[in-house]
Design a protein around this ligand. Structure first.
Ligand code: ADP
Ligand code: MG
Length: 355
């Protein structure tokens, strides 16, 4: 199901002051993909999710599922439409009075499905999320990852068209996060779902999403294919989120985990002459730095880096000092940009702002 968000605003009033928690947001969320919405805490992600999932109404703008306008629905049609939407959250929102099986059965009971049908559907769902053995377990006996699997099974019970994940992996350790993201990707493919994944972690975007929108203060500051945003981030917010990304987490997991001490975030070096270079796809193979060092009177000092394995392709990030006089450094930066490398200074460029 394709989702269109068109000029949506949502105002709240706090202490007699009205402010826009979601401020003129427009998004095109393609059918059958995983669409990430990333931003720091408090920028309006959950509010936006409540609007798109029809839990709240926007004050302005439109929301469409496919070609159908849905933000103005009410009564029976709204309830019907909401059944086509599954949601999972950071804190799972499960019933502790029910075991795993009965949690998944809950939405089917609301639908007044027969007991036999419920039994077979719930078994199928628990099997899908890898929890067949734990059907009778109380929620309190399950790990965080297992609880999220129950929540996923419950969210999928009514065969939704759209699955919203609001910080679904934020309470989980990196290994469990990967296994949940892998499950969501697998389910998305098998069930023809559109998944909207809200997170404050770039790792989640890297490991699961096809597209991403970056939110700041209620506005979309950047959106596009994950590979494009990773290889040439345009907004300051995006660059900052990228600079905190963990470069080695995924390898740690693939080597069987347990090596968490090796993990080190990309250093955010705030120094003149230090740059973050982003290489997309086959550029990662090209000896561009050697060529630049031969062509211009500069030296490179490599501080750190790694390859980000995105869903679509690989993007390399390298933190380097470019040492030389200003003119040569500028020529080098231009050379790299001309070759399609994303080049970002780690310090804000004061001169260009005239400050
Ligand atoms: P995020 O999910 O990105 O952390 P939220 O969407 O939860 O952000 O919140 C965005 C802003 O809107 C915050 O300043 C928050 O305090 C405010 N806000 C969220 N919900 C309400 C509400 N129901 N009433 C008033 N303010 C709210
Ligand atoms: Mg939130």
């Amino acid at each position: 199901m394709k989702i269109t968000v068109d000029g949506v605003k949502r105002f709240y009033t706090i202490e007699n002051r009205e402010f826009a928690a979601v401020d003129n947001v427009s998004l095109e969320i393609p059918d059958n993909c995983i669409f990430g919405i990333i931003g720091k805490s408090g920028v309006g992600k959950s509010t936006l999710v409540r609007l798109i999932s029809l839990l709240e109404k926007p004050n302005e703008g439109k929301i469409l599922f496919g070609d159908e306008r849905v933000d103005n629905l009410s009564g029976r049609t709204l309830i019907e439409k909401r059944r086509r939407i599954g949601m999972i959250f950071q804190n799972f929102n499960l019933f502790f009075s029910r075991n795993a099986f009965a949690n998944v059965a809950y939405p089917l009971e609301l639908e007044k499905m027969s007991r036999d049908k419920i039994n077979s559907r719930v078994s199928e769902l628990l099997n899908l999320v890898g929890l067949s053995e734990r059907a009778k377990s109380p929620i309190s006996a399950l790990s965080g990852g297992q609880r999220q699997r129950v929540a996923i099974a419950r969210a999928l019970a009514n065969n939704p068209d759209i699955l919203f994940c609001d910080e679904a992996t934020s309470a989980l350790d990196p290994q469990t996060t990967h296994s949940i993201l892998r499950l969501i990707r697998q389910i998305r493919q098998e069930m023809n779902l559109t998944v909207v994944m809200v997170t404050h972690q770039m790792e989640v975007v890297r490991d699961a999403c096809d597209f991403v929108a970056v939110l700041d203060e209620g506005r979309v500051v950047e959106q596009g294919r994950v590979s494009d945003v990773f290889s040439s981030p345009k907004s300051k917010v995006t660059r900052e989120l990228l600079s905190h990304i963990d470069l080695t987490e995924r390898e740690a997991e693939e080597n069987g985990g347990g090596d968490a001490d090796r993990e080190s975030p990309l250093p955010m070096v705030k120094r003149d002459g230090t740059y973050i270079l982003y290489f997309a796809g086959d550029q990662t193979e090209q000896p561009l730095l050697c060529r630049a060092a031969k062509q211009f009177d500069v030296d490179f000092n490599i501080r750190g880096g790694g390859i980000q394995h995105l869903v679509e392709k690989d993007v390399g990030m390298l933190v380097v000092d470019i040492i030389g006089d200003k003119g040569e450094v500028n020529k080098t930066v231009q050379f790299l940009k001309d070759k399609g490398v994303g080049v970002e200074s780690t310090v804000e460029e004061r001169e260009s702002n005239g400050i």
